[in-house]
Design a protein around this ligand. Structure first.
Ligand code: CTP
Length: 410
């Protein structure tokens, strides 16, 4: 796991306690925190909470209490600024936003901000009227114009009893944004990546459906990885439990037909198309308007094939001739490479990602996977067992190589 270091500045708002969860979420992502608390933050949460979570001394003031501490701390903000990759402030109160926007430096956090020349991520939280106030909004605009990332506060009930925009974004979301800002690369800048993910759901009647075990994890990992490498990402997702990754446009669908329509609608603007969805192969021929009643006899279900979206996309990409890259998936339980080669040809893909869904502890619901890439040129590339998020980057490495080859030919 990569190792980044972030200063986590905690402002004095009721959401200060959520910064403890943020520190844990950052650690889960390999980002170490040095916590700095304002005096107001210490009215809400004790520094000990953060010291215990991070195993490091929490910085609480610009000047220490003893003469030695005063001497040591008088340049500490410079040292702290140089040693960290990012400054994350959560909650960023109206007061902190104003101080940062205007360059005031009357405590450790605001002084550190002025001495900090790397990435800055601010997660505001305040009363909704304070957030909407023109003074706050112009401070936010000034901070964004400076290149800082200011997250939008969430809507909902606020501690003051009013409701509206002003809640601190979920700590997991702030950590995801921090990770994205730190890990961001640019090798897919200018590409539009269309990813399909998850299962489809084909209705049997108004309350029942046919579906499969796909969790959507591989597709979501691909969507996130592509976005983190600079691509515009359109994620067409069947019903799954996962939250859409940040910076991804998510189109939610249920049936194979809806997925087909969404894919074809976004196909012209896409440069790389990755079809990781486990599309249901059949749908019920005539779906009754009312719930099917139980009887004591056998219930026959008549099924018709669903549209093969990958094959349709393959035909359309070939017709358009614009150097778009098409990647299919093949979920197999036997003869994995042979089946992948057959599907690659039949569906006119440039690459097929084949996985053995019968393998123990791998495949649909797992966080890990082990896949074989089969390309149009006949290459067979085995990717060893790894986290789906790591494999996503490896698949994109190969996709980028093939896309550049195609683009130079088109
Ligand atoms: N696929 C699709 N539309 C379908 C069925 C599959 O677009 N109606 C796509 C999947 O998204 C995947 C690839 O085709 O990228 C292969 O899916 P898979 O289920 O392995 O293959 P099938 O073509 O359905 O063949 P089979 O089930 O017989 O193995």
């Amino acid at each position: 796991m990569s190792s980044w270091r972030a200063v986590v500045g905690v402002g004095g708002g009721i959401a200060a306690y959520k910064a403890a969860e943020l520190v844990r979420e950052l650690a889960r992502r390999g980002i170490q925190s040095q916590v700095v608390m304002t005096a107001a933050a210490q009215e809400f949460v004790r520094p000990l909470t953060f010291a215990a979570l991070t195993g490091r001394k929490v910085i609480t003031s610009l000047f220490g209490s003893s003469p030695e501490e005063v001497l040591a701390s008088s340049v500490e903000h410079i040292g702290v600024a140089r040693e960290h990759d990012m400054l994350v402030v959560a909650p960023a109160t109206a007061d902190l936003l104003a101080k940062f926007a205007h360059g005031l430096a009357d405590d450790f956090l605001s002084t550190l901000y002025l001495a900090f020349d790397r990435k800055v991520l601010l997660a505001p939280s305040m009363n909704t009227v304070m957030w909407r106030n023109a003074a706050t909004q112009s401070n936010v605009a000034a901070l964004r114009a400076r290149g800082h990332v200011v997250m939008e506060p969430e809507e909902g009930e606020l501690a003051c009893g009013e409701s509206g925009s002003g809640r601190l974004p979920e700590p997991a979301r702030i950590a995801e944004e921090a990770h994205y800002q730190l890990a961001r690369r640019h090798d897919l800048d200018g590409e539009t990546v269309l990813v399909t993910a998850g299962p489809t759901r084909e209705p049997i009647d108004p309350v029942r459906f046919l579906s499969n075990r796909s969790s959507g994890k591989m597709g979501y990992a691909l969507a996130e990885a592509a976005a983190w490498r600079g691509a515009r990402v359109i994620l067409v997702s069947g019903p799954v439990e996962l939250a859409a990754p940040l910076h991804v446009e998510c189109v939610r669908v249920e049936t194979a037909r809806e997925m087909r329509d969404a894919v074809l609608a976004h196909l012209p603007e896409s440069t790389i198309v990755i079809k990781s969805a486990a599309v249901a192969d059949y749908h019920v021929a005539n779906v009754p308007a009312q719930k099917i009643k139980k009887t004591a006899t056998r219930l026959p279900l008549e099924l018709d094939p669903t549209p093969d979206i990958l094959a349709e996309a393959g035909a359309e990409i070939e017709r358009a001739g614009r150097g778009q890259l098409l990647i299919g998936f093949a979920a197999e339980t036997e003869n994995v490479v042979g089946e992948a080669k057959r599907k690659l040809k039949a569906k006119r893909c440039h690459m097929v990602v084949a996985n053995n869904v019968a393998a123990e502890g791998l495949g649909f619901e797992s966080d890990d996977n082990e896949v074989t890439l089969v390309t149009q040129a006949g290459e067979v590339i085995d990717l060893a067992r790894a986290k789906k998020r790591e494999l996503a980057d490896r698949i994109l490495d190969e996709a980028l190589r093939l896309r550049l080859e195609l683009y130079s030919r088109s």
